[in-house]
Design a protein around this ligand. Structure first.
Ligand SMILES: [Zn+2]
Length: 250
């Protein structure tokens, strides 16, 4: 028996990520696993991507690349089996130029619409400013008010951002939640391969090899062939003898 909780409810999953590719980097194997088990997975991406490569944001100049990136996101989502994808156009790597409240409102709207019981999002102390602000906005948008649908919040790691923050300047990513993705690692890697503009050659951590090694290593630390690692932000349990209201099995 996997757990003391034997029955399984259908989960409503919301993945909130800063950039197109973060959703796959952070929890692509877990998304595929949820989808295979019949859960509904909605992905919300906040930023457009790419435009931070220029000194000044110029969407027009990067239009064809932005279109290709949005297509890659849709294709990756299809590979993972997600239910829906919404991509917003907040400025890439410049979320600190926006009002946090505007980001919170967008996430609140998604929570109201989808009524997720599980949210996956960024770790609080990534090197990337957008990741940190999205983390903060998700926590604000999912305040545990009476009647809130959100029972479980999990923070993922993003290769080339989470491990690049120095541990002296912020708490390190110390995972305490592991999802076995032995069966879905191939799907994750296939979805990542659609993000041609975002993947880098080995030995960059955001290379297909680096991401496979990370999944293998995260798995090896807990006796699994491959895993994605998370930090549990919150888990609300309403009943100990059913799956009512909390994540128990994926
Ligand atoms: Zn990112």
């Amino acid at each position: 028996m996997d757990s003391v909780y034997t029955s399984r409810q259908q989960h409503q999953i919301l993945v909130v990520a800063a950039h197109p590719d973060d959703e796959v980097l952070g929890c692509g194997g877990t998304i595929a696993k949820h989808a295979l088990q019949g859960d509904l997975v909605r992905v919300v991406l906040l930023s457009e991507g790419i435009t931070s490569r220029d000194r000044q944001r110029d969407r027009q100049r990067r239009e064809s690349e932005l279109i290709a990136l949005a297509q890659a996101a849709r294709q990756a989502g299809e590979i993972l089996g997600i239910t829906s994808l919404v991509q917003h156009e907040f400025p890439n790597n410049r979320l600190d130029s926006c009002d946090l409240l505007d980001i919170v409102k967008v996430i609140e709207q998604a929570i109201q619409e989808y009524r997720p019981d599980i949210i996956y999002t960024h770790h609080a102390h990534d090197l990337n400013i957008d990741h940190r602000l999205v983390h903060q906005a998700v926590l604000t948008a999912s305040r545990p008010l009476p009647g809130s649908s959100v029972k479980t919040i999990l923070f993922f790691e993003i290769a080339s951002s989470t491990e690049w923050q120095t541990p002296t300047s912020a708490p390190a990513f110390a995972p305490n939640w592991f999802v076995d993705i032995s069966d879905t690692l191939d799907i994750k890697l296939k979805a990542l391969a659609t993000y041609k503009s975002e993947m880098c050659p080995w030995p960059h951590p955001r290379s297909l090899e680096g991401l496979e090694y990370l999944s293998r290593w995260r798995g090896a630390t807990v006796g699994m062939v491959a895993a994605e690692a998370f930090i549990l932000g919150r888990n609300l349990i309403h009943s100990l003898d059913s799956t009512n209201g909390a994540i128990t099995k994926i």
